[in-house]
Design a protein around this ligand. Structure first.
Ligand code: KG4
Ligand code: ZN
Length: 349
């Protein structure tokens, strides 16, 4: 019988509306990554319904974990299947412990702890925001540090200097809405559907990004950001002028949000002498943000790392990679760790 290998991490991600599981070797080789999206369940409500999310995670967690194990060459007890690639058994089970929806987080955390106990493996709780930082690193293991990471998701907008695995400092954050939240609220207001970000992006394709004058709040005001005034400006403008074309509104809003994000990430890179720029989080899947970041970083002579779109949005491979680093730095998490719905980004040197 093979032993347990601490370089083999099974991770679970259930913080919001995706049930995800992945197996990652050595913190960087993705052996499997399975994501089951709940979009279809929440669509008719125009947003994530926490109660529905929790139930769906309960239904999905077993099949999703089973698939991640099978695709990576393991049996349901986390041991290598004969003839499959891996030689050791899974030694670490990681789960997102926060931030997120409490009922959703609890499913992943409880299931991961139970698996770790049953298998004689180690449990590690992972901060979801820290997880997002590892999307770029998984795909570009050779990136030169420090890098500035713009982490833009549905609930958070942070600028982080990453000095190396496990070593970060927050440079700026939104003072009100997250960037993704602004996309979601504008999409809802314009009746574009859910999830909002991709819907705004689709509508914007046929619009003129310079047709409407919208504010760029806090543009030259340090490294913090603000998106709620921009969203309100869109609402006020469209209420006053219902004749405006929806694509023009979507494109002008997207351009204003992207202007601010690109300006801030470049300013952060200059302020810290970073050797590269990374995007992370769901909004980093936005094509306009990716293009504009690439252009601006190119003009500044800085390499830019853009995770593939599926690595930008929630997945468990990034949680496994962060769990690997966290275990090396801090050791196992205590088995009485629970869900931490309002966990903050862990600054560490
Ligand atoms: O990282 P993520 O999958 O979940 C959180 O941790 O929040 O990010 C979800 C957010 C949502 O607000 C969604 O509308 C936004 O990312 N998003 C986008 C795009 N794809 C997802 N925003 C703009 N453009 C996109 N293509
Ligand atoms: Zn996320």
């Amino acid at each position: 019988m093979s032993g347990r290998d601490r370089d083999l991490v099974l991770a679970l991600e259930t913080s919001c509306d995706e049930t995800a599981a992945a197996v990652v070797a050595g913190g960087r080789t993705i052996l499997s990554s399975v994501v089951s999206s709940q979009v279809a369940l929440h669509e008719r409500f125009g947003g994530v319904v926490p109660e529905i999310a929790g139930r769906a995670h309960v239904e999905q967690v077993v099949p999703v974990v089973a698939r991640a194990l099978a695709e990576a060459g393991f049996d349901p007890t986390g041991r290598p299947r004969p003839g499959a690639g891996p030689t050791g058994g899974i030694g670490v089970v990681a789960a997102t412990s926060g931030p997120g929806l409490v009922g959703a987080l609890l499913v992943g955390v409880s299931f991961a702890k139970a698996l770790a106990r049953a298998w004689g493996a180690t449990f590690v709780g992972v901060n979801h925001l820290e997880g997002h930082l590892y999307a770029s690193l998984l795909e570009e293991p050779g990136m030169a540090m420090p890098v500035v990471v713009l982490l833009v998701s549905g609930g958070h907008t942070l600028l982080v200097a990453m000095y190396g695995p496990g070593s970060y400092r927050v440079l700026g954050r939104t003072v009100d809405d997250a960037a993704g939240e602004a996309f979601d609220k504008v999409a809802r207001f314009l009746d574009l559907g859910y999830p909002g970000g991709p819907a705004v992006e689709r509508a914007a394709r046929s619009g003129d990004p310079h047709s409407l004058a919208l504010p760029r709040p806090m543009l030259d005001d340090g490294l913090d950001m603000s998106f709620s005034g921009l969203k309100t400006a869109v609402v006020q403008l469209v209420t006053r002028r219902p004749d405006l074309s929806t694509p023009d509104v979507a494109a002008s809003f997207q351009e204003a949000a992207v202007d601010v994000l690109v300006h801030k990430v470049l300013a952060a890179a200059h302020a810290t002498g970073a050797r590269g720029i990374c995007l992370a989080g769901g909004v980093a899947a936005n094509t306009r943000l990716r293009e504009r970041t690439r252009e601006a970083a190119g003009a500044a002579g800085l390499p830019v790392y853009l995770p593939s779109r599926s690595m930008c949005t929630d997945n468990a491979a990034m949680i496994a990679a962060a769990g690997h680093v966290r275990l090396a730095a801090d050791g196992p998490s205590p088995m009485d760790v629970g869900a931490e719905p309002s966990a903050r980004f862990p600054e560490r040197s």
